[in-house]
Write a new protein. Sequence first.
Length: 614
Amino acid sequence: MLLRDGKPIALTSKAFEILHLLVENHGRGLSKEEMMRQVWPDSFVDESNLAQHIFHLRKVLGDTHEGRAYIETLPRHGYRFVAEVQQAPAKRAEVAVTAGDTRQAVAAFAKSNPTKLRWVLGIAAGFLLAVFALVFVERGRIRDPGPVSSGKVMLAVLAFENLSGDPQQEYLSSGLTEELITQLGSLEPGRLGVIARTSAMQYKDSHKDVRQISRELGVDYVLEGSVRREGERVRITAQLIQVKDQTHLWAKEYDRSLKDILGLESEVAGEVAREIRLRLTPVESERLAKARAVDPDAYELYLKGRYFWNKRNEAAYVKAIDYFNQAIARDTQYARAYSGLADAYALLGSWPNAEMPRRVAMPRAKEAALTALKLDDSLAEAHASLAFVEMHYEWNWKESEKEFRRAIELNPNYATAHQWFAYWLMAQGRPDESIAENELARKADPLSIIIRTDAADLLCAAGRFDEAIQKAKEAMDLDPDFRLGHYFLGLAYSGKQMYPEALEEYQKGVAADSKDEWSLSGLGWVYALMHDRMKAEEIIRRLGQDARERPDLALEIAIIYSALGEKNEAFAWLEKAYQNRDGGLMLVNSYWYFGQIRSDPRYAELVKKIGLPE
């Protein structure tokens, strides 16, 4: 038990396991890999689960971002429990209760308390009748469907439990959860809001009750269930709970071949829609009914691709691309596999990386998105990925806006579409709309760390630095190791000319990863703003060496030269960034990076070439 002032503090089983592991090893650093093996042995679980549990423990223990008294983060390694630990001698009360003891106790109770015994038995009988009635309700025999609600309702699809007995099948339950979120999110968006995967997955293994989940996510209904796979058969149980009174509105078990999994997902989505009393249009009903059979191997490969894509790092994108391509090789008409491929290429090409050049990744993303839409034009994810490439790489503002709006029309609950469209709005000089759009993404995915850091980024671009600092710190509370959190916190500090604080954040990023070019360029920029030319030029040399094979670093070097007042060098590197079609150039009108050179006619010419409002 965890006590504070003699009162027990509620913890989930996994959070308690993590705390127990840290306390047992107090003073010793534990790597993330070691902790994952101990807490989730042999399981296919996102590393973000560990970060979320650490975040929750810190809140419970009273740790803060400014100074932690209990759990220390070891950058790029793991965690260490640093508070004093004392081991008290155990005090155990040995109690043995046999069946005979129990019968004697009941007999003694009945003899001395006959009235109370009848009362207890009456309660028990009433409870059994209630359970009996509930079974009939859940089987649909005596349920009243109730009136059609007119207001918008919110639903959370919790992570389906893997009952296969094989931890390596975790991707199947994770993938089924994500697909149901996607299906339900696109049904009747005006009436139903569905919490995004990132936030819903935080409750995996949490054992929180539905009322607590409802308070934290702001939902009216919870869909939960389990998956059991046996060979080519898959058995799924699902139940829909109305949070306000914890009523089980509907429960059902399905036993199907794995090749019919897409139809099964559509069937579950349709039944949930009917229980919530959605008014599905003929188009929506037809879409649910026409789900095609899929090659079981292709489906598994697709789910593995999504699993790695959701890790959101360079190496994982490469693995995701491999799995999506394998899925397509198994089933060339599998639209979702092409959509996943587009997502992976788009994000890999969107930031500096050593895995694949931007000029290779982005065209491949567009090709995959167009193929997905040719096969199934109703995929919001594919429209969003196509819009992202048109905006971030081709600077086709009209076409990208059309695709973003189409993605949001198809699925207004798709947080990523709102998240990316917010950048389109900022590029077009509409900061208030941009920040409001990102807030829609946050509401759809309230626990997403990247959406919170994007909020800090956009607030910086709008010049609202105090709010940006707050958003960046909120992101850091979710995961103190998240490098973009340090980067945008440093960016916000530099906007307020709090240069020592900005340097500290960028130095944390470099200390965690000496090859973190963003944090390194941030250091160079702040040194230049502080008129420390020697240190700024040293960082330019370091970045310049890598830039010989990494054209995606040109913009970072241009930013430092601009702060030094070296106009010709700044414009030379800006031209290289333009030739590489660097996505960061879409915000040249928004950031204050280029304040020293903005009045130069060459700057207006660059803005015009990118197609931004002058």
